[in-house]
Design a protein around this ligand. Sequence first.
Ligand SMILES: Nc1nc2c(c(=O)[nH]1)N[C@@H](CNc1ccc(C(=O)N[C@@H](CCC(=O)N[C@@H](CCC(=O)N[C@@H](CCC(=O)O)C(=O)O)C(=O)O)C(=O)O)cc1)CN2
Ligand code: MET
Ligand SMILES: [Zn+2]
Length: 769
Amino acid sequence: MTDSTTSTTVLGWPRQGPKRELKRAIEAYWAGRSSADELHDIAAALRADAWKLLADNGIDEVPTGDFSYYDHVLDAATMVGAIPQRYRDAADNDLDVYFAMARGNDTVAPLEMTKWFDTNYHYLVPELSPGTTFTADASRQLAHLAQATAAGHPARPVLVGPLTFLLLAKPAPDAPADFDPLTLLDPLLEVYVEILDQLQEAGAQWVQLDEPALVLDQPATVLEAARHALGRLGSAMKRPQLVVASYFDALQGAFEVLADAPVDGLAIDCTVPDNVTAILEHGLAGKRLVAGVIDGRNIWAADLDDRLTTLRRLAERVDDLVVGTSCSLLHVPLDAAKETAVDDELRSWLAFAREKVLEVRTLATALTDETAAAPALESARNALASRRASARTYNDAVRARMAAVTDADAHRGAGYDERRTLQQEALGLPLLPTTTIGSFPQTDSLRKARAALRRGEIGQAAYDATMRDEIAAVIELQEQLGLDVLVHGEPERNDMVQYFAEQLDGYLATTHGWVQSYGTRCVRPPIIFGDVSRPEPMTVRWWQAAQSMTERPVKGMLTGPVTMLAWSFVRDDQPLGDTARQVALALRDEVSDLEAAGCRVIQVDEPALRETLPLRESDRPAYLEWATESFRLATSSVTDATQVHTHMCYADFGDIFAAIDDLDADVISLEATRSGMSLADELKESGYAKGVGPGVYDIHSPRVPSSEEVRELLQKAVDALPAQQVWVNPDCGLKTRRPDEVRAALANVVSAAAEVREGLSARPTTARG
Ligand SMILES: Nc1nc2c(c(=O)[nH]1)N[C@@H](CNc1ccc(C(=O)N[C@@H](CCC(=O)N[C@@H](CCC(=O)N[C@@H](CCC(=O)O)C(=O)O)C(=O)O)C(=O)O)cc1)CN2
Ligand code: MET
Ligand SMILES: [Zn+2]
């Protein structure tokens, strides 16, 4: 960096590669089709390409160590030696121990996985206990740093910070339940000190410590711990300069802690106006500011004039200004220019990771030399003007319909008890009814058929026939297994959000826009660019096909409005609640059409309801209001005898039981296995009184649970809850599992349900059917 130009960086970068090469390499290693060395080579080449792309596009300092084989929180756990003994015993080399923690193996279940703040990225929850001894292992960080340095890139290792690490961790199974991981702060800090020493020794000028947990509502004790932690790291004898990064929301009280800390820089999310105000008001006491003015989480080309104004104001207040992204670009796809199926006008509105790098560069250039940046600023201005003026974002019919929505539209006719009676009459289900969450394995042959259709190698009729065959096989399997409420298996879906987005107006699906969701699993979040409506039925023919093959009820299967938003890139030009209502009305049409076709059980999945909950408590009531209302708007057109199901997975449901109740769904299935069915007690305490299926089969692991394991979990559920309330189902859909795993696991689920049912009928007082 020279004095005359403003420096640039990004807080992190997508890991999968332009063609998801990392995914393929890791899955090949898992399948025994390639060696660890082959995996390491492919990964190293992807890192080299990524850093070169950054450097070629004017990024001065590249992030390193954020490139993970599975998850950066798991990497942090490994780095500090927080590896529970059962994983050390479960494999004979470090890489396989790592993957055992991530996804389990034949001998051990994986760590719990949950959402990274309010994103669709998932991390593995570190397990800590009073006996945890931290040990430093910076080998990964050192190797990546050495690789970048050798390639000539100024590099900045990125580490999950010690506070966020502890705040995201949970007590190990053998720890006292009230054990607070924060009590381990001091020993953990000593390990960080050691790692910082090693990184400095290896030539790192700067290290980035990610502390996004500081944007959550934290009690004074945690802010005090933050002060203490940064004090300790800041006073380390030998260390690189430290930049502490926070993102996703306003820092509020934590701002002062950071501004006062004896560290050298702060990376602050400057897409949050409160954060900019705090910097302008209080300054940063001489620290470097990595100003995160480019949104790392959405895909709209930025208003560069507006961003430049912000940067100029910041530049007056801080001495050392670096232009950057608000967070890691992990959450956006790589390259909008690759979306050649999108017309030029629409594509000009988009900025994926590569385009965001160019925006960062343009802003930095403009700060010192506006003439040099003028052409880029001008083209950004044009793109923005074209989007703002476009008729494609506006639909009169949708607007008129939104305006006509009444309160009654968002409410069922009768109350739950009355509906329950009518539904039981219509469906005649046994006690502890068994069902699945919707998807059956997405096999290679299904994906190949879809790819062939896309390439024009087969026609629509042949494709549909393949899907019908699959539906027939899935229906037959469920009948053989003895499940009570069946599903068609979702073979036709590439993804539960993208599939619907492709059929809705106002939505744009991408071809190459992959974003990591967890481990090697990726999604292509579609883009809501305009008013949303449903031109024609989306699922009815698949449901009809399935129902024509069986006497048992088949669930209609849709993705709910909140999840459609949460797993898409959303408009930034209208309130989220308005977009949610538009999607809800489109889904309402589908719900009505399913019911008209004879469907009596309709599931509308809302797995993203919890993750979309604003990080700050003060923003939550308004969100929950529009979120629950839009779900009810989507589902309330049906008669009382039609059973509405919903489903949610991997979340702490504790803080949203009231909202779950507000959805007024007749039955909800929830993930519960990895937390050992502690959910059942929480449900009991909450007083939740509608149908509920706490999951008894962890579908995120290839492990097949034994019938005994399932029975124990289910027994816990019926011990806590009235049996007539309880449904039996896996934690989530089965699309990521292999057919043989699914058959074996579901057989155990069904037999466990039968055993528990039998046990209950031996004690008739607890089981009124
Ligand atoms: N959007 C979303 N978010 C979610 C979930 C979800 O289901 N959807 N579930 C939770 C967990 N997240 C998940 C995310 C992804 C996957 C997943 O299985 N993803 C698949 C891709 C799914 C997909 O889009 N499939 C397409 C494209 C498949 C593909 O890779 N095709 C090949 C070619 C086909 C071939 O020859 O194999 C290609 O395009 O290169 C299809 O089936 O049509 C993967 O990573 O492998 C599962 C769970 C939370 N968040
Ligand atoms: C991530 S929630 C998934 C729900 C969906 N119906 C499925 O089974 O795949
Ligand atoms: Zn799920």
